[in-house]
Design a protein around this ligand. Structure first.
Ligand code: PLP
Length: 453
């Protein structure tokens, strides 16, 4: 940091300040974690300086033997850890992993059969009319994923994301009463819509999913099942999600980020069956340029860590802590979407519980030393900007060694801070959606207690 500071002091200060913030507040953002120092050391190396477009052993640049090693080791750990037939470690992020997966599926479903239909040996044999037909076919496929307000991710077909633009898209939601995924309704909707790709997985759904049923539905309608396990990859790696709750044996393609519950560096990965391996392997040049060697080194180290038996204890503790946090909030009178959790996420309905918007609750909590993010709840009356929910996740605090009794204390701090927060009224006398006040001394007290933990 001294060296960084000599070159650009503002960056050194920002790094120091971030370390301070992450150490002196309760990090409950469900998608964040603390990567190990070993993983971080893997990232900060000269592997960053090497270009290696292409795939292992087939690069468009010379001198890539070390990146080949790094990428092979990362992929090997991923295959072994998840029991996957094939792993692709190049995606720089979760969104990249999903784009690689979507184009791999489209190539597999449309481009390859079309090439066969034209009896073309190479793409150069196709004329303009062929390409127009192909482009139409590629751009006209159907995708079905979980809606954003039910907990799905932007990349699962949201209209302002490329996934919503490149596909003819339809969303599935959750049951209006229980908040749970309704497999019968999903089956019915899939039969009507007949998607080419059925996407499973979520960013804000506090429950486990039965992927055996998802695959059954996909098969019934002739869809490829793709599961985005970005959020719960650590729970799969740590064998908390086994049997029907593990997507790897059921989905043809599984994507993930490496930095959430999996506790690696920021990045993405794609796992696939052999059938899809060649198509996934074309992620570069299809949607990626040069892979980041240093990030793949960080992934390899983190995946090696996740293969240690202690990671299973860590993953189980994540789930136990989430349950304890949910119980702590429920016993203090809070309302939770689906009534609880059985993964790492708790979705707190702050509108019903405390008469606040998500934006107000998020602000009041950060003033009190608790970092969360506002989140829509199903059919959210406050929309996606103000929202009615707060998403809480336990992977980061579990990395700090928090146990279930600590989570009860955390639930108390959250409930006290939010109970002391009131919306500021608008000039028309109605509760506003952004501004809030906190009763004197509460934020400071909570902040001090959070720091103490
Ligand atoms: N998929 C899911 C389910 C996610 O929750 C996220 C991130 O929040 C992503 C993909 C995107 O990951 P990234 O931010 O690395 O692009």
């Amino acid at each position: 940091l001294t060296l960084v500071g000599q070159t650009e002091p503002r960056i050194a200060e920002a790094i120091k300040a971030e370390l301070h913030d992450q150490r002196h507040s309760l990090k409950l953002i469900a998608s964040e974690n603390y990567a190990s120092l070993t993983t971080l050391l893997g990232l900060g190396t000269w592997l960053s300086d090497k270009y290696a477009e292409g795939t292992i052993g087939h690069r468009f640049y010379a001198g890539c033997q070390n990146i080949d090693t790094v990428e092979s080791v990362a992929a090997e750990h991923a295959r072994e850890l998840f029991g996957a037939e094939y792993a692709y470690a190049q995606p720089h992020s979760g969104i990249d992993a999903n784009l690689v997966a979507y184009w791999a599926i489209l190539s597999h479903l449309v481009e390859r059969p079309a090439l066969e239909k034209y009896h073309a040996k190479t793409v150069n044999d196709l004329d303009q009319a062929d390409w127009d037909e192909l482009r139409y076919a590629l751009g006209n496929q159907r995708l079905m994923g979980m809606s954003l307000d039910a907990g799905g991710h932007l990349t699962h077909g949201f209209r302002h994301n490329i996934s919503g633009k490149m596909f003819d898209q339809r969303s599935y939601g959750t049951d209006p009463v229980t908040g749970l995924l309704d497999y019968d309704a999903l089956r019915k909707q899939a039969k009507e819509f007949k998607p080419a790709i059925l996407v499973g997985g979520y960013s804000a759904y506090p429950r486990r999913i039965n992927f055996a049923i998802m695959r059954e539905i996909a098969d019934e309608v002739g869809a490829v099942l793709m599961v985005d396990m970005a959020h719960f990859a650590g729970l799969v790696a740590g064998k908390v999600f086994t049997g029907d709750e593990n997507p790897v044996p059921f989905a043809q393609i599984v994507t993930t980020t490496t930095h959430k519950s999996l506790r690696g560096p920021r990045g993405g990965m794609v796992l696939a069956t052999k059938e899809f391996a060649d198509d996934v392997d074309r992620g570069c040049p299809m949607v990626l340029g040069g892979p980041l060697g240093n990030m793949m080194a960080g992934k390899a180290v983190a995946l090696a860590e996740a293969r240690q038996p202690s990671f299973q204890d860590y993953a189980q503790q994540i789930a136990d802590n989430a349950k304890a946090l949910a119980e702590g909030l429920l016993k203090r009178g809070a309302t939770l979407v689906t009534g609880g959790t059985d993964n790492h996420i708790v979705l707190l309905d702050v509108a019903s519980s405390f008469g606040l918007t998500g934006r107000q609750a998020e602000g009041a909590l950060i003033d009190s030393g608790v970092v969360t993010n506002r989140n829509s709840i199903p059919r959210d009356p406050n929309g996606a900007w103000y929202t009615s929910g707060i998403r809480l996740g336990t992977p980061a605090l579990t990395s700090r060694g928090f146990t279930t009794s600590d989570m009860d204390v955390v639930a108390g701090l959250i409930a006290d801070a939010l109970a002391a927060t009131k919306p500021v009224m608008t000039s028309a006398g109605a509760p506003g959606k952004a501004k809030y006040t906190i009763a004197d001394g509460v934020a400071e007290r909570t902040q001090a207690a959070a720091d103490e933990l």
